[in-house]
Ligand binder design. Structure first.
Ligand SMILES: [Zn+2]
Length: 655
């Protein structure tokens, strides 16, 4: 067998949130494939990382009061940890926000520019005059031009299903500031995808894509390829376009380049490379991976992907995942309630090589884990092993009593290997479970528990259980890509080295095994309910799309009219006065207020101010501040505490 050199990638998850079960459809699917290749003795690299740029990350970081870099680093660490805990065995989990990616993106862009594939042109876009930024469609809301439903997003109406350009929305507003957006012109950079039409027509039809994708692409070719806007105006979190000071590469340009910069191996990317490159992606990003990406690579003199493996979306109990319906389950929440391998097994049992959505039905999930994985597969070992330990000091027979049965199981391995290779995982699982049925049937027929009762028949118990455990071992080999942790435990139980695919040819005989310990537990629907409940009761994360607070948020602010009892300068502070205020109910508070330049402290005593009484106390250099005085004005001396302020008119202010 020739050793293959393979690079596998998953799409890079966006660095604005924790992974959820939807992400795991892809990472688990690709990890199974990678583990299978590695078991075959191939050199298979596996990388992924955070997609770290773009407006949503910039906005979210701002809302969370942190820098985009701090946000993406913390999310990257969380993604890497969550995936590792699902036994996703990446060689490297990187980020698109790196110097290496900046250089490579610029180099690819400059090659395209030198080849005349970059155009510049002025376009009109919505602009938020308060946030002083151009607005991506997702941040524009307004009234549907067709059915007049309010608060619809920039490109489609959730009420009547109409699609439109954000410019057509009635009474549009920015969801970031609430301001009415204005139309503003800006020069944008475009990648001339049309120049690659002939190349792409050939490339897309020569074995790199699934049939369903090819059909979809034919529609796009019929409409004609269009140039691709690859620039965004400042402010933007990303890489500056070389030669500009306020234009950034659109996140979708530098994201796929991340595959190259995260996997730093130049030989792999050369145009004449004999290595293999596979991208596992969701069906929503086919356009980028099957058109832009090969065109970018080809135009810049690099190799193109060997194949793109697209998959469908995850639904839960037949419904699209949704935070509000409580059907969005984060990877970490799942791990807090259930073993990672159960999800790996369930996904494997449902995945195929076509672009179909995958539904988790939790009743079915519980049934498959309990009846198939535990009840059929693990059951073989738990039935046979105790006899070997108790009656034969852990030793297996020196001969295989049922070579024909073993041969059937061994031959099935080739079929199963072909299914793993072809990503027909559900077929592989079906075959494995039908073999498990057969192994259990063998034990049922032989009845070792009866034979163990009579001295003359005891020796045959060793033969039967040796056959059973060898069948179990074959099934474990076939399931290793799906159940890597259990495979380790089974290797320990069998007192053997880690299982390889080739081990199937040589049964384990005349060999002492370790005492059997339970390998897996059945699950209960209650665990599922607890997981769903945990997700629903968790405090929702900061809103992603809107910076407005709700009336409920506002109601949390305890505003009170307070009377100033004491006021004095804080000599060490430039701006602060120390106030003691009476907030009612005979309670007083110390508050440091930034109104030193505006008021002589003596004039404040006895006056009323509005304070936020439930602001968390804040320790300052001069003492603890236990609230906030509301004031208005442009700043400096022109600040007024908001009460009928006769003092200001009467010249009581400092100046
Ligand atoms: Zn509508």
């Amino acid at each position: 067998m020739t050793k293959r050199h393979i690079l596998v990638t998953t799409a890079l998850p966006y660095a604005n949130g924790a992974p959820h079960l939807g992400h795991l459809v892809e990472t688990i699917q690709s990890d199974i494939w990678v583990r299978f290749q590695r078991m075959q003795g191939h050199d298979c690299h596996f990388i992924s990382g955070s997609d770290a740029h773009g407006t949503p990350i910039m906005i979210q970081a701002e809302k969370m009061g942190m820098t985009p870099t701090a946000l993406i680093e913390s999310i990257q660490a969380q993604q890497a940890k969550d995936f590792a805990d699902f036994y996703i065995e990446f060689d490297h989990y990187g980020s698109t926000h790196s110097e290496a990616n900046r250089e490579l993106t610029a180099a690819i862009y400059q090659k395209q520019q030198a080849a005349g594939n970059i155009n510049k042109r002025v376009i009109k876009q919505f602009y938020d005059p308060i946030k002083k930024m151009f607005l991506p469609d997702r941040y524009i809301q307004g009234e549907c031009p067709r059915c007049h439903a309010k608060d619809q997003y920039g490109d489609n109406c959730e009420v009547c299903g109409a699609t439109y350009s954000p410019m057509e929305l009635l009474n549009p507003y920015s969801s970031l500031s609430g301001a009415e957006p204005i139309e503003k012109e800006s020069e944008h950079y475009f990648f001339n995808l049309q120049a690659f039409t002939d190349f792409l027509k050939t490339w897309t039809r020569t074995g790199h894509l699934q049939a369903q994708i090819i059909n979809k692409l034919d529609e796009w070719f019929k409409e004609g390829l269009r140039e691709w806007d690859i620039s965004r105006d400042a402010p933007y979190f990303g890489f500056l376009i070389p030669g500009t000071t306020d234009k950034y590469f659109y996140v979708w340009l530098d994201a796929p380049v991340g595959y190259m910069s995260i996997f730093k191996n130049e030989a792999f990317w050369q145009a004449d490379s004999e290595t293999e490159l596979y991208h596992f992606i969701g069906k929503d990003i086919v356009y980028f991976h099957a058109l832009f990406w090969p065109a970018l690579l080809h135009g810049a003199g690099f190799r193109t992907p060997t194949a793109i493996f697209a998959h469908g979306f995850l639904t839960i109990d037949g419904q699209k995942m949704s935070k509000s319906r409580g059907t969005l389950i984060k990877a970490r929440t799942y791990l807090n309630h259930l073993p990672a391998e159960y999800l790996r097994y369930y996904f494997a049992a449902k995945l195929n090589d076509r672009i179909e959505d995958l539904d988790i039905q939790f009743d079915d999930f519980v049934k498959r884990i309990n009846a198939d994985l535990v009840g059929k597969f693990i059951n073989i070992a738990s039935r046979a092993a105790p006899f070997i330990t108790k009656l034969f000091a852990g030793k297996l027979s020196s001969q295989l009593a049922e070579p024909a049965l073993y041969a059937i199981f061994e031959a099935a391995g080739d079929d199963i290997a072909a299914h793993w290779e072809g990503r027909r995982y559900s077929q592989a699982i079906r075959e494995i479970m039908s073999l498990a049925d057969r192994a259990n049937q063998y034990i049922d027929e032989q009845k070792p528990w009866v034979l163990a009762k009579t001295a003359e028949t005891v020796p045959s118990v060793q033969a039967i259980c040796t056959v059973s455990l060898n069948l179990f071992r074959l099934l474990m080999i076939y399931l290793t890509p799906v159940l890597p942790q259990t495979a380790k435990a089974v290797a320990h139980f069998l007192n053997s080295a880690p299982l390889t695919w080739q081990d199937k040819a040589t049964p384990l005989l005349d060999h002492v095994i370790n005492e059997y310990q339970p390998l897996m537990q059945r699950i209960d629907l209650k665990q599922i309910e607890a997981m769903k409940m945990a997700e629903q009761t968790e405090k929702p994360a900061a809103p992603e799309q809107s910076s407005f607070i709700t009336i409920e948020d506002f109601a949390k602010v305890d505003l009170r009219i307070a009377k100033i009892l004491e006021a004095e300068q804080v000599p060490e502070a430039d701006k602060l006065l120390r106030l003691i205020v009476d907030i009612g109910e005979e309670k007083t508070r110390q508050i440091f207020a930034g109104i030193k330049a505006a008021y002589d402290p003596a004039t404040l005593i006895g006056r009323q101010v509005v304070v936020v009484a439930n602001l968390a106390p804040r320790k300052m250099r001069f003492g603890v501040s236990e609230g906030m005085v509301l004031a208005a004005g442009p700043g400096g001396a022109d600040i007024w505490v908001i009460t009928p302020d006769a003092g200001a008119a009467a010249g009581m202010k400092v100046k």
